[in-house]
Design a protein around this ligand. Structure first.
Ligand code: NAD
Ligand code: WQD
Length: 337
Protein backbone atom coordinates (compact mmCIF):
# COMPACT_ATOMS: atom_id res chain seq x y z
CA UNK A 1 0.00 0.00 0.00
CA UNK A 2 0.94 3.62 -0.40
CA UNK A 3 0.25 5.13 2.99
CA UNK A 4 -0.09 8.80 3.93
CA UNK A 5 1.26 9.42 7.41
CA UNK A 6 -0.02 12.72 8.79
CA UNK A 7 2.34 13.84 11.54
CA UNK A 8 4.70 11.25 10.12
CA UNK A 9 7.86 13.08 11.20
CA UNK A 10 6.89 12.84 14.87
CA UNK A 11 7.88 10.30 17.50
CA UNK A 12 5.39 7.54 16.73
CA UNK A 13 5.02 8.46 13.04
CA UNK A 14 8.75 8.16 12.30
CA UNK A 15 8.96 4.69 13.88
CA UNK A 16 5.81 3.60 12.06
CA UNK A 17 7.17 4.90 8.74
CA UNK A 18 10.25 2.74 9.26
CA UNK A 19 8.24 -0.39 10.07
CA UNK A 20 5.89 0.13 7.11
CA UNK A 21 8.79 0.54 4.70
CA UNK A 22 10.44 -2.58 6.10
CA UNK A 23 7.16 -4.45 5.49
CA UNK A 24 7.15 -3.42 1.85
CA UNK A 25 4.77 -0.46 1.93
CA UNK A 26 5.42 2.96 0.45
CA UNK A 27 4.96 5.98 2.68
CA UNK A 28 4.29 9.67 2.09
CA UNK A 29 4.56 12.01 5.06
CA UNK A 30 2.61 15.17 5.70
CA UNK A 31 3.83 17.31 8.58
CA UNK A 32 4.07 20.97 9.49
CA UNK A 33 7.12 20.27 11.68
CA UNK A 34 5.51 22.15 14.56
CA UNK A 35 6.75 19.43 16.91
CA UNK A 36 9.30 17.50 14.88
CA UNK A 37 12.35 17.78 12.70
CA UNK A 38 13.10 16.92 9.06
CA UNK A 39 16.21 15.23 10.48
CA UNK A 40 14.00 12.42 11.80
CA UNK A 41 12.82 11.72 8.26
CA UNK A 42 16.38 11.84 6.94
CA UNK A 43 17.35 9.23 9.49
CA UNK A 44 14.46 6.94 8.60
CA UNK A 45 15.67 7.20 5.00
CA UNK A 46 19.18 6.34 6.15
CA UNK A 47 17.95 3.32 8.17
CA UNK A 48 15.71 1.96 5.41
CA UNK A 49 17.48 3.06 2.24
CA UNK A 50 14.13 4.39 0.98
CA UNK A 51 13.45 7.87 -0.29
CA UNK A 52 10.50 9.34 1.58
CA UNK A 53 8.37 12.06 0.01
CA UNK A 54 7.54 14.76 2.57
CA UNK A 55 4.80 17.33 2.20
CA UNK A 56 5.17 20.28 4.52
CA UNK A 57 1.68 21.59 5.28
CA UNK A 58 -0.69 22.41 8.11
CA UNK A 59 -3.39 19.76 7.93
CA UNK A 60 -5.75 21.89 10.00
CA UNK A 61 -5.75 24.38 7.13
CA UNK A 62 -8.02 22.41 4.85
CA UNK A 63 -7.39 24.24 1.59
CA UNK A 64 -3.64 24.47 2.13
CA UNK A 65 -3.48 20.75 2.88
CA UNK A 66 -5.64 19.86 -0.13
CA UNK A 67 -3.45 21.99 -2.39
CA UNK A 68 -0.27 20.46 -1.00
CA UNK A 69 -1.64 16.95 -1.54
CA UNK A 70 -2.76 17.56 -5.10
CA UNK A 71 -1.39 14.83 -7.34
CA UNK A 72 -0.22 12.78 -4.35
CA UNK A 73 -1.90 9.38 -4.46
CA UNK A 74 -2.36 7.16 -1.45
CA UNK A 75 -4.41 4.06 -0.58
CA UNK A 76 -4.65 4.61 3.17
CA UNK A 77 -3.91 7.20 5.83
CA UNK A 78 -2.57 6.96 9.34
CA UNK A 79 -3.52 10.11 11.18
CA UNK A 80 -0.92 11.02 13.81
CA UNK A 81 -0.91 14.80 13.29
CA UNK A 82 -2.01 16.83 16.27
CA UNK A 83 -1.00 18.51 19.47
CA UNK A 84 -0.43 16.24 22.46
CA UNK A 85 0.72 18.14 25.56
CA UNK A 86 -1.94 17.60 28.21
CA UNK A 87 -1.02 20.58 30.42
CA UNK A 88 -0.71 22.94 27.46
CA UNK A 89 -4.18 21.88 26.30
CA UNK A 90 -5.64 23.18 29.56
CA UNK A 91 -4.01 26.59 28.99
CA UNK A 92 -4.75 26.81 25.26
CA UNK A 93 -7.96 24.82 24.75
CA UNK A 94 -9.12 26.57 21.59
CA UNK A 95 -5.80 25.96 19.84
CA UNK A 96 -5.89 22.30 20.84
CA UNK A 97 -9.47 21.79 19.67
CA UNK A 98 -8.84 23.71 16.44
CA UNK A 99 -5.72 21.78 15.45
CA UNK A 100 -6.81 18.35 16.64
CA UNK A 101 -10.33 18.52 15.25
CA UNK A 102 -9.85 20.58 12.10
CA UNK A 103 -7.04 18.30 10.95
CA UNK A 104 -9.27 15.23 11.28
CA UNK A 105 -12.15 16.96 9.46
CA UNK A 106 -9.82 18.03 6.65
CA UNK A 107 -8.41 14.53 6.28
CA UNK A 108 -11.85 12.89 6.25
CA UNK A 109 -13.12 15.26 3.56
CA UNK A 110 -10.03 14.75 1.48
CA UNK A 111 -10.28 10.95 1.76
CA UNK A 112 -13.90 10.96 0.74
CA UNK A 113 -13.26 13.26 -2.22
CA UNK A 114 -10.56 10.91 -3.40
CA UNK A 115 -12.24 7.65 -2.50
CA UNK A 116 -9.50 6.63 -0.06
CA UNK A 117 -11.24 4.14 2.22
CA UNK A 118 -8.65 3.11 4.83
CA UNK A 119 -7.96 5.18 7.95
CA UNK A 120 -6.02 4.47 11.13
CA UNK A 121 -6.37 7.04 13.89
CA UNK A 122 -4.08 7.74 16.87
CA UNK A 123 -6.39 7.70 19.84
CA UNK A 124 -5.35 7.35 23.44
CA UNK A 125 -6.05 5.43 26.62
CA UNK A 126 -6.84 8.86 28.01
CA UNK A 127 -10.41 8.41 26.65
CA UNK A 128 -11.02 5.92 29.51
CA UNK A 129 -10.54 8.66 32.11
CA UNK A 130 -10.17 7.23 35.63
CA UNK A 131 -10.93 3.57 34.90
CA UNK A 132 -13.59 1.63 36.77
CA UNK A 133 -11.55 -1.55 36.42
CA UNK A 134 -8.02 -2.46 35.34
CA UNK A 135 -6.90 -3.79 32.91
CA UNK A 136 -9.35 -1.89 30.71
CA UNK A 137 -10.81 -3.54 27.64
CA UNK A 138 -12.45 -1.71 24.75
CA UNK A 139 -15.91 -2.26 26.27
CA UNK A 140 -14.97 0.00 29.19
CA UNK A 141 -16.92 3.26 29.04
CA UNK A 142 -15.07 6.10 27.35
CA UNK A 143 -15.47 9.87 27.40
CA UNK A 144 -16.60 10.14 31.02
CA UNK A 145 -14.94 12.57 33.41
CA UNK A 146 -11.99 13.45 31.17
CA UNK A 147 -9.87 16.13 32.77
CA UNK A 148 -8.34 18.07 29.87
CA UNK A 149 -9.06 19.34 26.35
CA UNK A 150 -6.42 17.06 24.85
CA UNK A 151 -8.28 14.00 26.11
CA UNK A 152 -11.64 15.39 25.00
CA UNK A 153 -10.24 16.11 21.54
CA UNK A 154 -9.28 12.42 21.20
CA UNK A 155 -12.72 11.31 22.32
CA UNK A 156 -14.43 13.81 19.98
CA UNK A 157 -12.26 12.67 17.09
CA UNK A 158 -13.34 9.08 17.70
CA UNK A 159 -16.97 10.19 17.46
CA UNK A 160 -16.33 12.29 14.35
CA UNK A 161 -14.74 9.30 12.64
CA UNK A 162 -17.66 7.04 13.63
CA UNK A 163 -20.14 9.57 12.22
CA UNK A 164 -18.16 9.98 9.00
CA UNK A 165 -18.08 6.20 8.59
CA UNK A 166 -21.84 5.95 9.18
CA UNK A 167 -22.37 8.48 6.40
CA UNK A 168 -19.89 6.77 4.07
CA UNK A 169 -20.09 3.03 4.73
CA UNK A 170 -17.18 2.11 2.45
CA UNK A 171 -14.81 3.75 4.92
CA UNK A 172 -12.81 1.39 7.09
CA UNK A 173 -11.50 3.12 10.21
CA UNK A 174 -9.40 1.76 13.05
CA UNK A 175 -9.18 3.71 16.29
CA UNK A 176 -6.01 2.75 18.12
CA UNK A 177 -5.99 3.62 21.80
CA UNK A 178 -2.35 3.83 22.72
CA UNK A 179 -1.24 3.36 26.29
CA UNK A 180 2.15 4.91 27.19
CA UNK A 181 4.56 4.78 24.24
CA UNK A 182 8.24 4.68 25.26
CA UNK A 183 11.63 3.61 23.92
CA UNK A 184 13.21 4.12 20.53
CA UNK A 185 14.46 2.23 17.50
CA UNK A 186 17.29 -0.01 18.79
CA UNK A 187 19.79 1.74 16.49
CA UNK A 188 19.46 4.89 18.59
CA UNK A 189 19.15 6.91 15.37
CA UNK A 190 15.50 7.88 15.91
CA UNK A 191 13.67 8.44 19.18
CA UNK A 192 11.52 10.80 21.21
CA UNK A 193 12.73 14.40 21.07
CA UNK A 194 10.50 16.56 23.27
CA UNK A 195 10.99 20.30 23.08
CA UNK A 196 11.65 22.02 26.39
CA UNK A 197 10.99 20.24 29.66
CA UNK A 198 9.59 16.76 28.97
CA UNK A 199 6.03 16.24 30.21
CA UNK A 200 6.29 12.48 30.09
CA UNK A 201 8.08 10.20 32.49
CA UNK A 202 10.53 8.24 30.32
CA UNK A 203 12.06 11.19 28.43
CA UNK A 204 12.39 13.08 31.70
CA UNK A 205 14.19 10.14 33.32
CA UNK A 206 16.44 9.81 30.27
CA UNK A 207 17.45 13.48 30.60
CA UNK A 208 18.21 13.00 34.28
CA UNK A 209 20.34 9.93 33.52
CA UNK A 210 22.30 11.79 30.84
CA UNK A 211 22.92 14.71 33.22
CA UNK A 212 20.70 17.33 31.56
CA UNK A 213 18.40 17.54 34.59
CA UNK A 214 19.20 17.20 38.24
CA UNK A 215 16.40 14.98 39.48
CA UNK A 216 13.04 13.53 38.68
CA UNK A 217 9.97 14.76 40.54
CA UNK A 218 7.83 11.74 41.34
CA UNK A 219 4.26 13.03 41.18
CA UNK A 220 2.66 11.52 44.26
CA UNK A 221 3.54 8.50 46.39
CA UNK A 222 0.25 7.89 48.18
CA UNK A 223 -1.80 6.27 45.42
CA UNK A 224 -3.38 2.90 46.22
CA UNK A 225 -0.79 1.08 44.10
CA UNK A 226 2.04 -1.37 44.68
CA UNK A 227 4.43 1.31 46.01
CA UNK A 228 2.19 4.40 46.13
CA UNK A 229 3.34 5.81 42.78
CA UNK A 230 1.26 5.94 39.60
CA UNK A 231 0.98 2.78 37.50
CA UNK A 232 0.89 2.85 33.67
CA UNK A 233 1.15 0.42 30.79
CA UNK A 234 4.35 1.31 28.94
CA UNK A 235 4.53 0.04 25.37
CA UNK A 236 7.70 0.00 23.29
CA UNK A 237 7.30 2.36 20.33
CA UNK A 238 8.48 -0.40 17.95
CA UNK A 239 5.70 -2.69 19.21
CA UNK A 240 3.29 0.20 18.77
CA UNK A 241 4.55 0.82 15.23
CA UNK A 242 4.05 -2.86 14.39
CA UNK A 243 0.49 -2.56 15.74
CA UNK A 244 -0.21 0.13 13.13
CA UNK A 245 1.06 -2.09 10.34
CA UNK A 246 -1.09 -4.98 11.59
CA UNK A 247 -4.17 -2.74 11.82
CA UNK A 248 -3.59 -1.25 8.38
CA UNK A 249 -3.19 -4.65 6.74
CA UNK A 250 -6.50 -5.89 8.17
CA UNK A 251 -8.80 -2.89 7.71
CA UNK A 252 -12.33 -3.65 6.59
CA UNK A 253 -15.28 -1.32 6.08
CA UNK A 254 -16.63 -0.23 9.46
CA UNK A 255 -15.07 1.10 12.65
CA UNK A 256 -12.90 -1.01 14.94
CA UNK A 257 -11.29 0.08 18.17
CA UNK A 258 -8.21 -1.53 19.70
CA UNK A 259 -6.16 -1.02 22.83
CA UNK A 260 -2.45 -1.05 22.03
CA UNK A 261 -0.69 -1.81 25.27
CA UNK A 262 1.41 -4.55 26.81
CA UNK A 263 -1.12 -5.61 29.44
CA UNK A 264 1.36 -4.99 32.25
CA UNK A 265 1.36 -2.01 34.59
CA UNK A 266 4.57 -0.53 36.02
CA UNK A 267 4.91 2.05 38.78
CA UNK A 268 6.99 5.22 38.48
CA UNK A 269 9.59 3.75 40.83
CA UNK A 270 9.72 0.52 38.82
CA UNK A 271 10.45 2.56 35.71
CA UNK A 272 13.16 4.49 37.56
CA UNK A 273 14.84 1.25 38.65
CA UNK A 274 14.53 -0.31 35.18
CA UNK A 275 16.14 2.76 33.63
CA UNK A 276 18.97 2.80 36.18
CA UNK A 277 19.69 -0.81 35.37
CA UNK A 278 19.56 -0.31 31.60
CA UNK A 279 21.73 2.82 31.63
CA UNK A 280 24.07 2.06 34.52
CA UNK A 281 23.41 5.65 35.64
CA UNK A 282 21.73 6.82 38.83
CA UNK A 283 18.35 8.54 38.48
CA UNK A 284 17.96 10.75 41.56
CA UNK A 285 14.36 11.60 42.42
CA UNK A 286 12.30 13.48 44.98
CA UNK A 287 8.65 12.95 45.78
CA UNK A 288 6.47 15.91 44.75
CA UNK A 289 2.73 16.54 44.99
CA UNK A 290 0.48 14.50 42.72
CA UNK A 291 -0.14 16.07 39.30
CA UNK A 292 -3.66 17.38 38.70
CA UNK A 293 -5.73 15.09 36.50
CA UNK A 294 -3.51 12.00 36.95
CA UNK A 295 -5.13 8.65 37.66
CA UNK A 296 -3.66 6.13 40.10
CA UNK A 297 -3.50 3.20 37.78
CA UNK A 298 -4.33 2.18 34.24
CA UNK A 299 -3.24 -0.72 32.06
CA UNK A 300 -4.54 -2.27 28.87
CA UNK A 301 -6.32 -5.48 28.22
CA UNK A 302 -4.86 -5.96 24.72
CA UNK A 303 -6.55 -9.29 24.00
CA UNK A 304 -8.76 -7.97 21.20
CA UNK A 305 -5.75 -6.64 19.28
CA UNK A 306 -3.82 -9.84 20.08
CA UNK A 307 -6.59 -11.99 18.62
CA UNK A 308 -7.95 -9.97 15.71
CA UNK A 309 -4.82 -8.18 14.55
CA UNK A 310 -2.57 -11.16 15.31
CA UNK A 311 -0.32 -8.66 17.01
CA UNK A 312 1.30 -8.69 20.41
CA UNK A 313 4.05 -6.83 22.16
CA UNK A 314 7.40 -8.62 22.13
CA UNK A 315 9.56 -6.04 23.89
CA UNK A 316 9.87 -5.50 27.64
CA UNK A 317 10.16 -2.39 29.76
CA UNK A 318 13.87 -3.24 30.10
CA UNK A 319 14.18 -3.26 26.29
CA UNK A 320 12.42 0.12 26.11
CA UNK A 321 14.76 1.61 28.73
CA UNK A 322 17.82 0.22 26.95
CA UNK A 323 16.69 1.64 23.59
CA UNK A 324 15.65 5.00 25.09
CA UNK A 325 19.09 5.17 26.68
CA UNK A 326 20.88 4.31 23.42
CA UNK A 327 18.95 7.14 21.74
CA UNK A 328 19.38 9.65 24.59
CA UNK A 329 23.08 9.03 25.16
CA UNK A 330 23.93 9.25 21.44
CA UNK A 331 21.66 12.29 20.91
CA UNK A 332 21.67 14.28 24.16
CA UNK A 333 20.12 17.25 22.34
CA UNK A 334 17.80 15.16 20.20
CA UNK A 335 17.78 16.02 16.51
CA UNK A 336 19.03 19.56 17.17
CA UNK A 337 22.69 18.52 17.15
P1 NAD B 1 4.54 14.08 17.97
O1 NAD B 1 4.25 15.46 18.41
O2 NAD B 1 5.93 13.61 18.01
O3 NAD B 1 3.97 13.86 16.50
C1 NAD B 1 2.89 14.60 15.98
C2 NAD B 1 3.34 15.16 14.64
O4 NAD B 1 2.27 15.92 14.09
C3 NAD B 1 4.53 16.11 14.75
O5 NAD B 1 5.49 15.74 13.81
C4 NAD B 1 3.94 17.49 14.45
O6 NAD B 1 4.88 18.35 13.85
C5 NAD B 1 2.80 17.12 13.55
N1 NAD B 1 1.71 18.09 13.52
C6 NAD B 1 1.11 18.73 14.57
N2 NAD B 1 0.15 19.53 14.14
C7 NAD B 1 0.10 19.43 12.80
C8 NAD B 1 -0.69 20.02 11.78
N3 NAD B 1 -1.64 20.91 12.06
N4 NAD B 1 -0.45 19.68 10.49
C9 NAD B 1 0.52 18.79 10.18
N5 NAD B 1 1.29 18.19 11.10
C10 NAD B 1 1.09 18.50 12.39
O7 NAD B 1 3.59 13.11 18.82
P2 NAD B 1 3.57 11.53 18.91
O8 NAD B 1 3.94 11.16 20.30
O9 NAD B 1 4.28 10.93 17.78
O10 NAD B 1 2.01 11.29 18.78
C11 NAD B 1 1.39 10.97 17.56
C12 NAD B 1 -0.10 10.88 17.76
O11 NAD B 1 -0.38 9.90 18.76
C13 NAD B 1 -0.75 12.17 18.27
O12 NAD B 1 -2.03 12.29 17.68
C14 NAD B 1 -0.88 11.92 19.75
O13 NAD B 1 -1.92 12.67 20.32
C15 NAD B 1 -1.18 10.44 19.78
N6 NAD B 1 -0.83 9.81 21.05
C16 NAD B 1 0.41 9.97 21.56
C17 NAD B 1 0.74 9.40 22.78
C18 NAD B 1 2.10 9.61 23.40
O14 NAD B 1 2.21 9.46 24.61
N7 NAD B 1 3.13 9.93 22.65
C19 NAD B 1 -0.21 8.62 23.46
C20 NAD B 1 -1.47 8.46 22.90
C21 NAD B 1 -1.78 9.06 21.69
C1 WQD C 1 3.40 8.56 33.62
C2 WQD C 1 3.49 8.43 35.13
C3 WQD C 1 2.97 10.46 36.29
C4 WQD C 1 6.38 12.74 34.78
C5 WQD C 1 0.17 11.02 29.17
C6 WQD C 1 -1.14 11.51 28.64
C7 WQD C 1 -1.79 10.42 27.86
C8 WQD C 1 -0.84 9.87 26.80
C9 WQD C 1 0.48 9.50 27.36
C10 WQD C 1 -1.21 11.05 24.80
C11 WQD C 1 2.35 9.12 35.89
C12 WQD C 1 4.41 10.09 36.51
C13 WQD C 1 5.46 11.75 35.04
C14 WQD C 1 7.24 13.19 35.82
C15 WQD C 1 6.19 11.60 37.29
N1 WQD C 1 -0.54 10.85 25.82
N2 WQD C 1 5.37 11.18 36.27
N3 WQD C 1 7.11 12.59 37.04
O1 WQD C 1 0.19 10.96 32.27
O2 WQD C 1 0.16 8.44 31.95
O3 WQD C 1 -0.11 9.91 30.02
O4 WQD C 1 1.00 10.60 28.10
O5 WQD C 1 -2.27 10.60 24.51
O6 WQD C 1 -2.92 10.97 27.28
O7 WQD C 1 -1.98 11.89 29.70
O8 WQD C 1 2.09 9.76 31.06
O9 WQD C 1 4.53 9.90 31.09
O10 WQD C 1 3.19 11.93 31.78
O11 WQD C 1 3.22 9.94 33.28
O12 WQD C 1 6.14 11.08 38.41
O13 WQD C 1 8.04 14.10 35.67
O14 WQD C 1 4.69 9.09 35.57
O15 WQD C 1 2.40 11.00 37.46
O16 WQD C 1 2.07 8.35 37.01
P1 WQD C 1 0.52 9.80 31.46
P2 WQD C 1 3.32 10.46 31.75
Amino acid sequence: MRVLLTGGAGYIGSHTALVLIERGHEVVLLDDFSNSSPEAVRRVEELTGARIPVIEADLADRSAAAAALEGVDFDAAIHFAGLKAVGESVVEPTRYYRVNIDSTLALLDLMRERGVTRLVFSSSATVYGDPEYVPVDEAHRAGVGLTNPYGWSKFMNEQIIRDAQAAWPRLGAVLLRYFNPVGAHPSGRIGEDPSGIPNNLMPFIAQVAVGKRERLSVFGDAYPTVDGTGVRDYIHVMDLAEGHAAALERIEAGVEVYNLGSGTGSSVLEVVRAFEEASGRPVPYAVAPARAGDVAEIAADPSRANARLRWRTTRSLADACRDAWTWQSANPDGYAA
